[in-house]
Structures are given as C-alpha cells and as structure tokens.
Write a protein that binds this ligand. Structure first.
Ligand SMILES: N[C@@H](CCC(=O)N[C@@H](CS)C(=O)NCC(=O)O)C(=O)O
Length: 291
C-alpha cells in the first residue's frame, strides 16, 4: 500500500467548509432547514418529493409497478428535489423528512396527511397500503423484509463508502478504496449466492426486496454507477446480472428510472410526473427548449 501524508486528528473536530469534496457545498454537520420553501402539492393523494438516484428510483419503480398491476390508487405526483443545490434543506421538505434526504412521500389519502421518509419505510408503507409486492406467508414475508433491510444497511457501504472514495473524494486514498471495494464485492457475492438458489430475493415472487436492491446493485453490475464495473470485475456475478437484466426489462422499472431524472439522455428524463401520459409527452426531448 502506498504511503499517504500522515494526518493526526485534532482533540476537537471542527467544520472545514471548503474541504473540496463533491458535496462540500451542501454537506453540513447540523440538521434542520436553511431556508423557507413550501413544497408543491398536486392532485393525487400520493405526493413524492425525490430525485432519480438509486434511493429515489426504488420508490418510483414501486409506484409504477403498483399502477401496472392495476392499483389505480397509486397514481402520484412526483416533484424533483435538487439535492446539489440544497432543496432538501427547504422548510417544507424538512417538515416531511427531518433527515433532509430524498425520497420523501406524503400520503394524503386519509383524513390527515401521513409523511413517510426512508426509502425502505416508503416501500413497506406502499406495499401494505395496496397489499402488493410483500408476501403474506410469514416465512416469505420474513425473507422479503430481511433482504429489504439488508439493502438499507448494506448500500451505505457501497454508496457512502466505495462510491464516495472511488468516484467523489478529492484525493484517492488506497486504504479507503481497498476497504470498501472488498466490502462491495463481498455484498455482491452475498447477492449472487442468493440469486443462484432462487429467481428473486424473497423466492419465486418479485417483491419490494428486489425493488430496493435493483437500483443499487443491478446498476452496479451493469457499470451504471461510479463507472466501476471493470474495477470490481462485475462479470463474475452471473446470477446478479441475470436478475438485474430481468428487472431492467420490466416496463414499470423502465418508467420508474425516468421519473425525477435530471441528467442523461433527454428522452429518459421526466423531471416531474403527474400523469401516466407524461412518459409519452413530457420527457425532456419532447419539451420546447427554453428561450
Ligand atoms: N437511507 C436513506 C438514504 C437517502 C439518501 O441518502 N438520499 C440521498 C440521495 S441518494 C440524498 O438525499 N442526499 C442529499 C444529502 O445528503 O444532502 C433512504 O434510503 O431513503
């Protein structure tokens, strides 16, 4: 391992606002709102405030899957939250998610709006509300929730650990990249072994466990996050690749990936989603270019 300059932590940590990392302008060591800003509210009972990152895509895939399965009550308005310019610290957003991270959902179908934050909690809320994508058999339900919570606990090592140090950190630190590459490959092997024995994570049926894991690990094995496919030798994980491709081919997964997407191919970016027809008429390639 190559030598890095020695760093001796001071007695008391202080905030260096200019540390130069990719998210230095928005990261802070304190919570709470930085400015007053109400959230928009559309006509549907489900209001989603999100962005097409892996955590955001979990929820839009779930909503599109519910609609595809005939649950018309899952119609939703999806509003983009621009996390690189600090929308997550607006007062309206913080009232819905005190943790200031996308995705956040407000369910206005009952007498009082219900706020739900944390993508895993949103998936469970929707699955229970519509009785879909969460098995009722106790053993299968436990397996599904186990993989869902596995994802919630594991992905921060992939994103905040590997992705941060491999792709975003202002300096390449061999120790950190080694540590998190090892953990990421271990996680991929966990998934590969599970998917060698069953078509989906919780068994035969496609569930919220697959919906949660796919935007992270399915994208990783296809080299779509952190451009790390070759580095991590993702071709080794053949069962994960088979599963990832099967989900990617689902029309609802294709639509879910487009919602609140602000970068990439214009035809795959639907900045706001208020109606099923928006996929045909309101992607960025179909909208007039602003003057
Ligand atoms: N555990 C949370 C993680 C959410 C999360 O990390 N969201 C990121 C985007 S993927 C975010 O909003 N980051 C903005 C920030 O950290 O300020 C969940 O699954 O909902």
């Amino acid at each position: 391992m190559s030598e890095s300059p020695a760093y001796v932590p001071p007695k008391v940590w202080t905030w260096d606002k200019e540390n130069g990392g990719t998210f230095a302008s928005t990261n802070r060591p304190i919570a709470g709102a930085t400015h007053e800003k109400e959230l928009p509210v559309g006509r549907h009972s489900l209001q989603l405030y999100s962005l097409a990152t892996p955590n955001g895509v979990k929820v839009t895939v779930m909503l599109e899957e519910l609609l595809a399965a005939g649950h018309t009550g899952a119609e939703y308005d999806a509003w983009p939250i621009r996390i690189n310019t600090g929308d997550q610290f607006g007062s309206g957003f913080v009232a819905v998610n005190p943790n200031s991270k996308i995705p956040a959902l407000v369910d206005r179908s009952g007498p009082k709006p219900i706020r739900v934050f944390e993508s895993g909690a949103i998936l469970v809320h929707l699955a229970e509300k519509f009785g879909a994508f969460l098995p009722t058999d106790p053993a299968l339900r436990a397996e599904c929730l186990s993989w869902l919570f596995w994802q919630m606990g594991s992905a921060p090592y992939l994103g905040g650990g590997f992705g941060h140090f491999y792709a975003y950190a202002p300096i390449k630190i061999e120790y950190a990249i080694d540590r998190f590459a090892m953990e990421t490959k271990r996680q991929l092997d966990v998934l590969d072994r599970r998917l060698a024995e069953s078509p989906c994570l919780a068994g035969d049926a496609y569930t919220i466990a697959d919906i949660a894991v796919w935007p992270w690990y399915g994208a990783l094995v296809r080299g779509l996050v952190y451009s790390a496919g070759e580095f991590l030798s993702v071709q080794e994980y053949t069962h994960v690749l088979r599963w990832a491709d099967a989900i990617a081919a689902r029309p609802a997964a294709k639509r879910g990936r487009m919602v609140n997407r602000l970068v990439g191919e214009p035809s795959e970016q639907l900045h706001e989603r208020h109606d099923a027809s928006d996929f045909e008429t309101k992607t960025q390639d179909k909208l007039p270019t602003p003057a």
